[in-house]
Write a protein that binds this ligand. Structure first.
Ligand code: AKB
Length: 318
């Protein structure tokens, strides 16, 4: 990775990834793009262009003019929004990916495109979910992710595009809030713990899902993209995870810092159904074996860092 173009750069992952990549590779070597423009570090700290990922010609021209050798394609609708707007999700998630693949094919770019634990479904083994297993998701997001994994494999096999990707779990960060995901409760809970001392979860007690702290997710992207391609067997869909917990466990972790924190429930049937169709805990051993994936943060170290960073952020905004 030397000249990198990012789509969806103002989203939850993109906004922190852009900053990290600019630190590693130099500000002028990372072109951030998004469908909107905001007063933000991403826009102000290096090159930025407006891009709707459905505009294939503009995507191609921007990548060509920038001299990109790498595309990191983050623009997508997340699981809950995709379930509410399935046709839009199909068009945007698949159309954007096809354009990213075609641009990468024409210009010889290396391409990162994220999959998700959403690529699994109710018939997938729930515990220690294997890397290679049944994938019959029942959500539009899951359908998009499985199709995306296969399409990326196809472009590698057929056209030699150096496609790479991981199945991300829920990602937790203090910088940019996620939007429209099923796992978003695990971010909201920290904001509400600091602001109100209590949180009402839309995910039911006892519902386990895989999660990861954002610094580990960003490092995973860099490590996979820098990995020796000849060692990658599962190049587009590596299971990665750092922890698996249910709402009560995150509450216990928060109470180590905010002893009176209260957790209650008002379950959202749509997001609960999505969560119920996903694994409880996936097996990330293929990522460890093939490119040395490892996560630094567990639930308690993440909670400590989240609460410290978030209180600084929230106090600053007072
Ligand atoms: C979501 O909940 O949609 C995402 C995911 C796990 O892919 N965070």
């Amino acid at each position: 990775m030397k000249k990198i173009m990012i789509t969806g750069a103002l989203g939850q992952i993109g906004s922190e990834l852009t900053v990290k990549l600019r630190e590693i590779y130099g500000s002028n070597n990372v072109l951030a793009t998004d469908i909107r423009k905001t007063e933000s570090t991403v826009v102000n700290s290096g090159p930025f262009e407006l891009l709707d990922v459905l505009e294939a010609d503009r995507m191609y021209t921007l990548a060509k003019d920038f001299g990109a050798d790498t595309m990191i394609h983050m623009a997508a609708l997340l699981s809950a929004t995709a379930e509410a707007k399935p046709l839009l999700a199909w068009n945007l998630n698949m159309g954007g990916l096809v354009n990213a693949l075609e641009t990468s094919r024409d210009l010889g770019l290396q391409l990162f495109s994220p999959s998700s634990i959403g690529a699994f479904g109710p018939s997938t083994p729930k515990q220690n979910t294997p890397q290679d297993t049944l994938q019959r998701p029942t959500t539009m997001y899951g359908v998009n992710k499985v199709a995306g994994e296969l399409l990326c494999d196809y472009y590698f096999e057929k056209f030699g595009v150096d496609t790479r990707g991981v199945r991300f779990p829920g990602l937790i960060s203090y910088d940019t809030p996620p939007g429209g995901g099923t796992t978003d409760y695990a971010v909201d809970i920290y904001y509400k713990a600091l602001e109100q001392g209590k949180y009402t979860s839309y995910i039911k007690q006892g519902t386990y899902m895989d999660m990861m702290y954002m610094p580990d997710a960003l490092q995973a992207i860099v490590d996979l993209m820098e990995a020796d391609g000849s060692k990658l067997i599962h190049r587009n869909a590596f299971n990665v995870t750092a922890m698996s917990f249910e709402p009560e466990q995150i509450a216990v972790s928060i109470r180590k810092h905010i002893p009176n924190f209260e957790l209650s429930y008002d379950v959202d049937p749509i997001r609960q159904a999505i969560a119920d169709s996903w694994p409880n805990a996936i097996d990330a051993s293929a990522a460890k074996d093939e490119w040395d994936f490892k996560a630094q943060y567990d639930l308690d170290t993440m909670t400590k860092d989240m609460l410290e960073k978030l209180s600084l952020k929230l106090n600053k905004n007072d």
